[in-house]
Design a binder for this molecule. Structure first.
Ligand code: HEC
Ligand code: HEC
Ligand code: HEC
Ligand code: HEC
Ligand code: HEC
Ligand code: HEC
Ligand code: HEC
Length: 264
C-alpha cells in the first residue's frame, strides 16, 4: 500500500473520532488503526511534551516503524505518536510524570499490539506458533516498541540483523559453528515464520522447496539424463526418499562442528 493511502486511512480514523463515532477502528489493507487507550479527562499533547523527561525513548523513536507517519501535528498524536499506545498524556505531564500517574503502560500485554495488528493475531492462531496466545511469551520480547525498525539491533556479526532476539532463547541454533550454514546470514526468517506457521517447527515451507530456493537443482547433467543434481552430487534417489534435513541427510541444518555438508 502506498503512503497516500495509508495517510488516508489514518485521516479517516481522525475524522471518525471528531464525529464522536462509536466505531473505534478502521481497516486498511495491512493494518487497523485502533483508538488509543483512554485516560479519563486527559487530552493529547504530542511527542514533544514527552521528550523533556523521556529523553532516550524520544530520541530513539523517530527511527521506529511507528514513527514513519508521525507528524508534529496533534491531530495524529493518537494514531502514530507515543500516545497511540500510552493514551492522551496531558494529565501525566501536568502531574510531573511518574509511575501509575495518568498514563497507560501496556507492559507485556499483546492485546495492546493486536488491537492494530490483526493480521499478526491470525498468524498466532496457526497450528504451530510461538506461545504468545498461551501467555508464555509476548511481542516485546522480539520487538522494541520504541526503537529502530522495532526489532532489537543485532549484536553479533554472524547473525542477520534482528536475529539476536531469537538467539536469546535458541542458543543451540544461533551459535557460531565450525561449518556454518551460510543461509543463516539471511536471517532465521528465511526458513521460519516467526509468529506462526501451518508447518511443524514454524517452517516457511514443509518440503524440500525450503532448500531449493537457494540450492538450484540441475536436471540431466552431462551424460545422465533424468537425474537431478545439486552441485555436482546426484540427489535423485535421496530426494525421492526423504526431505533434505531428514536424519542421515543434512540434519545439522543450522551448522555443524564436524561435517562440512551438515549431516551431523
Ligand atoms: C515532567 C516529566 C515527564 C513528562 C513531561 C512525561 N513523563 Fe512519563 N514519566 C515521568 C516519570 C518521572 C515517570 C516514572 C518512571 C521513570 O522515571 O521513567 C514516568 C513514567 C511514564 C510511563 C510509565 C508509567 C507506568 O505506570 O509504568 C509512561 C508509559 C510514560 N511516562 C509515558 C509518557 C508519555 C507518553 C509522555 C508524553 C505524553 C510523558 N510520559 C511525559 C516523567 C514525565
Ligand atoms: C507501539 C506502541 C508504543 C509506542 C508508539 C510508544 N510506546 Fe512506550 N511502551 C510501549 C510498551 C509496550 C511498553 C512496555 C514495554 C515493556 O514493559 O517491556 C512501553 C513502555 C514505556 C515507558 C516505561 C518504561 C519503563 O521504564 O518501564 C515509557 C516511559 C514510555 N513507554 C514512553 C514512551 C514515549 C515517550 C513514546 C514516544 C516517543 C512511546 N513510549 C511510544 C509501547 C509504545
Ligand atoms: C495504533 C495502532 C498500532 C498499535 C497500538 C501498534 N502498532 Fe505496530 N504499527 C502500526 C502501524 C500503522 C505501523 C506502520 C505500518 C507500515 O509500515 O506498514 C506499524 C508497524 C509495526 C511494525 C513494523 C512493520 C513493518 O512492516 O516494518 C512492527 C514490528 C509493529 N508495528 C509491532 C507492534 C508491536 C509489538 C506493538 C505493541 C507494543 C504495536 N506494533 C502496536 C500500528 C500500531
Ligand atoms: C519470536 C519472536 C517474535 C514474537 C514473539 C513476535 N514477533 Fe512480530 N516479527 C518477528 C520477526 C523476526 C519479524 C520480521 C519478519 C520478517 O522479516 O519476515 C516480525 C514481524 C512483525 C511485523 C511486521 C511484518 C508483518 O507481519 O506485517 C509485525 C506487525 C509484527 N511482527 C507484530 C507482532 C506482534 C503484534 C506481536 C505480538 C502479538 C509479535 N509481532 C510477536 C518476531 C516476533
Ligand atoms: C523469549 C524466548 C523466545 C524467543 C525470543 C524466540 N523463541 Fe522460538 N520458541 C520459544 C518457545 C518457548 C517455543 C516453544 C517451545 C515448545 O513448544 O517446545 C519456541 C519455539 C520455536 C520453534 C519451534 C520449535 C519446535 O521444536 O517446534 C522455532 C523454529 C523457533 N521457536 C524459532 C524462533 C525464531 C526464528 C526466533 C526469532 C525470530 C525465536 N524463535 C525467538 C521461545 C522463544
Ligand atoms: C536454511 C533454513 C533454516 C534457517 C536459516 C534456520 N533454520 Fe531453524 N530449522 C530449519 C529446519 C529445516 C528445522 C527442522 C529440523 C528438524 O525437523 O529436524 C529447523 C528447526 C529449528 C528449531 C527446532 C529445534 C531443532 O533444532 O530441530 C529451532 C528452535 C530453530 N530451528 C531455530 C532457528 C533459529 C533461531 C534460526 C536463526 C538463528 C534458524 N532456526 C534458522 C531450518 C532453518
Ligand atoms: C537463503 C539461501 C539458502 C537456503 C534457503 C538454504 N541454503 Fe544451504 N547454503 C546456502 C549457501 C549460500 C551456502 C554456501 C554456498 C554453497 O555451498 O552453495 C549453503 C550451503 C549448504 C550446504 C553445504 C554445501 C557444501 O557443499 O558446502 C548444505 C549441505 C546446505 N546448504 C543444505 C541446505 C538445506 C538442507 C537447506 C534447507 C533446509 C538449505 N541449505 C537452505 C544458502 C541457502
Amino acid at each position: 500500500m502506498n503512503l497516500s493511502r495509508r495517510l488516508v486511512a489514518v485521516l479517516v480514523v481522525a475524522l471518525g473520532a471528531l464525529a464522536g463515532a462509536a466505531l473505534v477502528s478502521c481497516s486498511t489493507v495491512e493494518r487497523t488503526v485502533a483508538a488509543p487507550p483512554a485516560v479519563a479527562g486527559a487530552h493529547f499533547v504530542g511527542n514533544r511534551s514527552c521528550a523533556d523527561c523521556h529523553t532516550n525513548i524520544a530520541r530513539a523513536f523517530p527511527a521506529s516503524a511507528h514513527a514513519r507517519f508521525h507528524k508534529d501535528d496533534l491531530r495524529f498524536a493518537g494514531q502514530t505518536g507515543c500516545e497511540s499506545c500510552h493514551g492522551p498524556g496531558s494529565k501525566h505531564v501536568e502531574l510531573g510524570g511518574g509511575r501509575g500517574r495518568a498514563i497507560v503502560n501496556p507492559g507485556k500485554d499483546p492485546a495492546a499490539c493486536l488491537a492494530c495488528h490483526i493480521q499478526t493475531q491470525a498468524e498466532f492462531r496457526l497450528a504451530h506458533h510461538h506461545p504468545v496466545p498461551e501467555g508464555q511469551m509476548n511481542c516485546v520480547q522480539c520487538h522494541d516498541p520504541h526503537g529502530l525498525d522495532i526489532r532489537k539491533p543485532a549484536a553479533g556479526l554472524f547473525l542477520a540483523r534482528g536475529d539476536d532476539a531469537c538467539a536469546g532463547c535458541h542458543r543451540q541454533q544461533s551459535r557460531q559453528f565450525v561449518f556454518s550454514h551460510e543461509a543463516l546470514r539471511e536471517g532465521c526468517v528465511t526458513c521460519h515464520n516467526p509468529h506462526g506457521s501451518t508447518n511443524a517447527k514454524l517452517l516457511a515451507q514443509r518440503d524440500l522447496n525450503l532448500c531449493l530456493r537457494c540450492h538450484a537443482q540441475v536436471q540431466g547433467l552431462g551424460a545422465t539424463p533424468g537425474r537431478v543434481f545439486i552441485g555436482s552430487s546426484d540427489h535423485t534417489d535421496y530426494m525421492r526418499r526423504a526431505t533434505c534435513w531428514s536424519a542421515g541427510c543434512h540434519s545439522a541444518v543450522h551448522g555443524s562442528n564436524v561435517d562440512r555438508i551438515l549431516r551431523y
